[in-house]
Design a protein around this ligand. Structure first.
Ligand code: FAD
Ligand code: SIN
Length: 528
């Protein structure tokens, strides 16, 4: 089947939905596709909140800019940082206008939290489930909009470029152009052709490349893999952020997050014997940026031979704790942990990707007519490490910028009429699902063992050799098979794992989230 839309939006998290709401209009039809349900997205699980300078009596843009640059280890692009920080208040106003109910104090002003790396209280939140509040509010708006068609359980397999018209496309081809995407309709098992004048990639992160992650398991980096295969530019993949405090509960995948806001509220990290340890690593203690805190925990766990540490909030007022963190309280209680009396077992796990599809200040990728926004994109905001709660706001700011730019140029575009339909003749369904599920586990293990918080040349080379075998096997399987979501996801996590490893091997320094025992930090000289 062939479908035609002015705008094709791949992804229904904050990035995809804000863009869709901003481009949908009388003469602009929009398709929003997502691979499972509209709700299932990283956005839904965000806890801490959204960073934006709000209380001008104590805070200002310069402070937020400085905090972002420091967290990013001075690798952030100053223009991107400036843009996000200064446009944040206007994008918060959009979210409020769309119905997002950020918590307020009795006097009506926003109740602001503080998180690691922030010099001021500037995190807007909705209790400890801000993401769910944003996701539900935007979904309501999306469903009301008559110019938006929603396609759930539709899996984007590849973007369409000249390559599909029989032309040779290489990384040097200057005018690679996107004409839409091939999308698998899970209800029919058929791959449909979605033609579009403008396509937005908003497919989110890559946490599911690792065994332990806070991300929902849809986070398989599909958009990044598709764009890389289409010869688009992907950058900064070595910067994988490990959140320091995921609930340690073996067997849970994804892992439940204990928000950083809890450390902002006064929670303290302790070893299993109750001793504090952050003073050994950073004068900001538990509120140091999360790369430092995650490495400190990793180091303590290795020193003591333990597989978790504790986060202690028992010294705070129980009523206040329950009020600020109702979901965390309930979740932990369901596992027999009363956080007002018991310390919470926590360990770091994969949380966020700072790199991705390289885009300019308008969210344009290196491929014409293709924009990328949200966690799948690399805007330059995060540099070597993302400051807490800077990603939801980055997505909102760049979705707005991409929408404005796309609206200003779309009149010059037309649909491509000579795109062939997906050809899977001669292919069959894979004989055994275990061929796919086992390979996913192998990729997860390789990444966990060799491409984690602390890296080395030896570990990266070992990972590379093992991934190579899985890559060959999977490409052969893909060519012989009818596409399924599971097989495509496997292929994508292998592509993404390859990019993380290769870009990690290319960075010959310890910087931001990329920490290797073989190369020191260029200024501090730190290494293991
Ligand atoms: P997502 O919200 O992940 O949406 C991705 C969409 O793409 C989904 O709809 C999915 O179905 C779709 N998709 C993916 N692949 C395909 C495909 N092949 N075909 C079709 N559709 C596809 N950030 C903050 O700023 N503050 C926080 O407090 C915060 N807390 C967090 C807590 C947790 C537990 C997690 C996991 C993340 C947190 N983050 C936080 C990070 C933030 O939530 C994400 O970076 C952000 O939500 C990403 O939004 P997105 O729109 O780019 O992607
Ligand atoms: C958290 O609440 O700790 C997550 C915040 C973030 O990832 O930005």
């Amino acid at each position: 089947m062939v479908r035609k839309y002015d705008y094709l939006v791949i992804g229904s998290g904050i990035a995809g939905m804000v863009f869709a709401l901003k481009v949908a209009a009388e003469n602009s039809r929009v398709a929003v596709v997502c691979k499972t349900s509209l709700e299932e997205a990283n956005t839904y699980y965000a806890q801490g909140g959204v960073a934006s300078v709000t209380d001008l009596r104590v805070d200002n843009f310069e402070k937020h800019i400085h905090d972002t640059m420091v967290a990013g280890d001075w690798l952030s692009d100053p223009a991107a940082v400036d843009k996000v920080v200064r446009e944040a208040p206007a994008r918060i106003a959009d979210l409020v206008e769309w119905g997002v109910d950020f918590d307020r104090k009795a006097d009506g002003e926003f109740d602001l939290h503080r998180e690691g790396g922030h010099s001021e209280f500037r995190i807007l939140h909705h209790a400890d489930n801000t993401g769910a509040e944003i996701q539900k509010s935007l979904i309501r708006r999306l469903k009301e909009n008559p110019f938006i068609d929603i396609f759930e359980n539709h899996f984007a397999v590849e973007i369409i470029t000249q390559h599909h018209l029989g032309k040779t496309v290489t990384r040097r081809t200057p005018d690679i152009t996107c004409y839409g995407a091939y999308i698998l309709d899970e209800s029919t098992g058929k791959v449909d052709t979605f033609l579009a004048k403008v396509t937005l990639m908003a497919t989110g992160g890559v946490g599911a490349v690792y065994t332990t992650t806070t991300n929902p398991l849809i986070a398989t980096g599909d958009g990044i893999a598709m764009v890389y295969r289409a010869k688009g530019t992907v950058k900064d993949m070595e910067f994988i952020q490990f959140h320091p405090t995921a609930l340690y509960h073996p067997g849970d995948r994804p892992s439940f997050l204990i928000t950083e806001a809890m450390r902002g509220y006064g929670a303290v990290l302790r070893n299993l014997d109750g001793s504090e340890f952050m003073h050994k690593y950073d004068p900001r203690l538990s509120l140091a940026p999360r790369d430092i805190v995650a490495r400190a925990i990793d180091s303590e766990m290795k020193l003591n031979g333990t597989d978790h540490v504790y986060l202690d909030v028992t010294h705070k007022d129980p009523e206040e704790t329950r009020h600020h963190f109702p979901n965390i309280y309930e979740k932990c209680l369901s596992l027999g942990i009363d956080i007002t009396k018991d310390m919470i077992p926590v360990a770091p796990c994969a949380h966020y990707l700072c790199g991705g599809i390289a885009v300019d200040l308008d969210g344009q990728s290196s491929i014409q007519r293709l924009y990328a926004v949200g966690e799948c994109s690399r805007t330059g905001l995060h540099g070597g490490n993302r400051l807490a709660s800077n990603s939801l706001i980055e997505a909102a700011v760049y979705a707005d910028a991409a929408a404005r730019h796309a609206r200003s140029v779309i009149k010059g575009y037309d649909f491509r009429t000579d795109v062939p339909e997906w050809n899977d003749s001669g292919t069959v369904h894979p004989e055994e699902m275990v061929l796919i599920t086992q390979s996913v586990k192998e990729v997860n293990q390789i990444m966990g063992y060799y491409v984690g918080i602390v890296r080395s040349d030896l570990r990266l080379h070992r990972a590379w050799n093992r991934l190579d075998i899985l890559y060959d096997e999977t490409e052969r399987l893909f060519k012989a098979s009818k596409p399924s979501r599971e097989l495509c996801e496997l292929r994508n996590i292998i592509n993404v794992a390859y990019l993380i490893m290769r870009q990690a091997m290319e960075r010959k320094e310890s910087r931001g989230l990329h920490y290797t025992v073989d190369y020191p930090h260029p200024e501090t000289g730190d290494r293991d």
